[in-house]
Design a protein around this ligand. Structure first.
Ligand SMILES: NC(=O)c1ccc[n+]([C@@H]2O[C@H](COP(=O)([O-])OP(=O)(O)OC[C@H]3O[C@@H](n4cnc5c(N)ncnc54)[C@H](OP(=O)(O)O)[C@@H]3O)[C@@H](O)[C@H]2O)c1
Length: 159
């Protein structure tokens, strides 16, 4: 059984149709939300899938832990893990850790997360990569800030 880790937050921008990307890039460019992402994650470790790393690289001021199945994969300035539990173990001593995508990694990390920070984007873009469903039986919406074209929504795990 997966143990929920109180220090793990998923942060994602999600379309009305659940889409978060096309496998290469994000479907939108919302500078206000990128600033929110930066100020929220700054100083905290980020865990991401190798494909998301390929799309955004290592971001300054934050440890990047990249999850890959490739035994010989490396990139400057990042730590490598070969499973999600191994990635979360690397950052277990940090009081706040952000899982920053993409779809494959969100899907696996949701079971560990205590909190979700979801930017609900008021668009239904084309794409192939989705955020996993947020089951209201497991997650309570605890905050919502409406902006123009999107909303910042916080979910906390029930119980
Ligand atoms: N809207 C948002 O907030 C947001 C945020 C982040 C990303 N995105 C978008 O999401 C898309 C990328 O998502 P994605 O689902 O295609 O890929 P991803 O989750 O970023 O990365 C998938 C890769 O992670 C590695 N991986 C996954 N599970 C693993 C495991 N259990 N053990 C070891 N390695 C594992 C594999 O890397 P290897 O192939 O190297 O083995 C796999 O190919 C892009 O379009 C990106 O722009 C959107």
């Amino acid at each position: 059984m997966t143990t929920v880790l109180p220090n793990v937050t998923l942060i994602a921008a999600v379309g009305r149709n659940g889409i978060i990307g096309d496998g290469l890039t994000m479907p939108w460019h919302i500078s206000e939300d990128l600033k929110f992402f930066k100020r929220t994650t700054m100083g905290h470790p980020m865990v991401m899938g190798r494909r998301t790393f390929d799309s955004m690289g290592a971001l300054p001021g934050r440890r990047s832990v990249v999850v890959t199945r490739q035994a010989d994969w490396s990139a400057p300035g990042v730590e490598v893990a070969h499973s999600l539990p191994d990635a979360l173990a690397l950052v277990a001593d940090d009081e706040q850790v952000f899982v920053v995508g993409g779809g494959e990694i969100y899907r696996q990390a949701m079971a560990y997360a205590a909190r979700l920070l979801v930017t609900e984007v008021d668009q239904s873009p084309e794409g192939s990569v989705t955020f996993p469903p947020i089951d209201a039986a497991d997650w309570a919406e605890t905050a919502r800030e409406e902006r123009s074209g999107f909303a910042w929504v916080t979910y906390e795990r029930r119980g």
